[in-house]
Design a protein around this ligand. Structure first.
Ligand SMILES: Nc1ncnc2c1ncn2[C@@H]1O[C@H](COP(=O)(O)OP(=O)(O)OP(=O)(O)O)[C@@H](O)[C@H]1O
Ligand SMILES: [Mg+2]
Length: 291
């Protein structure tokens, strides 16, 4: 199972949201990281056949994107803005979706729904109306609906936004467990989501892909460019204007600062070990699109 993109492009009027992206994703959880407006949702909607490309092509498990019907059987999609059937209970909503996805036999549906409710930890909310679920629970119901027909490609658009740490952990474990023999495409702004669960990470910025590789390789993009320094307030003022600051912690009257710079930023600054987030920031700043 693999997903391939060939020069995939999407324009909205004169705006190019996705600019000739060529890549390949193999089985496992694939992280998609990019700033607001980078084109993540556009790319996912193209793969979900909810948008048509302006040019270029893609295949999912060898099936071309333009064979919409066959593609829809292969994919599950949890949109960024997710809501459905507010008046139904959790079980009713899943049962309805299971029927739509072709699970005709009632006994099989029941078994499948029980498995899914257990996997997403919603067994105690079987009879709760969808509109009465918390944001995190709705998200979990969303992932259950996207998994119901056991898709080969599961597309989840920022599923961990707004989840508490425990829920996020559970969610990542769920995706990792599901990803055997499948591709799970996960967009997120949370570096930890990627570091802890992704086989590979793809960085998208301004519609293009400047990087695809492992978490460790992404961190390497920042090697030699991350510096740690202790500063007084005038040095901090200067550094804040001149450099990309990764973090700053006040220590009494001084600041303990981590920043990005191609060369030593000030006397006494020490080269620091880069993290994945540093590598990401380097790429995005180079593209000039960090917001
Ligand atoms: N239907 C549309 N019509 C016009 N422009 C659009 C449309 N959908 C997206 N865009 C534009 O395409 C670009 C990419 O948007 P997209 O939603 O794919 O970004 P994103 O990476 O998902 O951002 P976010 O992190 O905020 O979710 C943006 O400039 C956006 O304004
Ligand atoms: Mg988006």
């Amino acid at each position: 199972m693999e997903v391939t993109l060939q020069q995939l492009t999407k324009q909205f009027g004169s705006k190019t949201a996705l600019n000739g992206v060529t890549l390949k994703w193999e089985e496992g959880v694939q992280g998609l990281l990019g700033p607001n407006g980078a084109g993540k949702t556009t790319l996912m909607r193209l793969l979900a056949t909810l948008l048509s490309p302006t040019s270029g092509s893609a295949t999912i498990d060898g099936v071309p994107l333009k064979e919409k019907h066959a593609i829809r059987e292969l994919i599950g999609y949890l949109p960024q803005e997710f809501s459905f059937y507010p008046g139904m209970t959790v079980v009713e909503a899943l049962d309805y979706l299971a029927i739509l996805s072709g699970l005709d036999a009632a006994a099989r549906r029941k078994k499948k729904i029980n498995e899914l409710l257990e996997a997403v930890n919603l067994e105690n909310h079987r009879k709760t109306k969808v509109k009465a679920l918390s944001g995190g629970m709705k998200r979990r119901l969303g992932i259950a609906q996207a998994m119901i027909h056991e898709p080969k490609l599961l597309i989840v658009d920022e599923p961990t936004a707004g989840l508490d740490p425990e829920e996020r952990l559970r969610f990542r474990q769920l995706l990792a467990g599901f990803s055997a023999n499948r591709v799970v495409l996960l967009s997120t702004h949370v570096a930890e989501d990627i570091e802890s669960s992704c086989r590979e990470v793809t960085v998208l910025t301004k519609g293009s892909v400047p990087f695809q590789g492992s978490v460790a390789q992404l961190a390497e993009q920042a090697r030699g460019k991350v510096w740690a320094a202790e500063m007084d307030s005038s040095e901090w003022h200067m550094a804040n204007q001149s450099f990309n600051i990764v973090s700053a912690v006040a220590k009494g009257s001084r600041m303990s600062v981590r920043l990005l710079s191609d060369s030593p930023p000030l006397p006494g600054a020490e080269a620091a070990e880069p993290t994945m987030e540093d590598g990401y920031l380097c790429l995005v700043k180079a593209g000039g699109s960090l917001q």
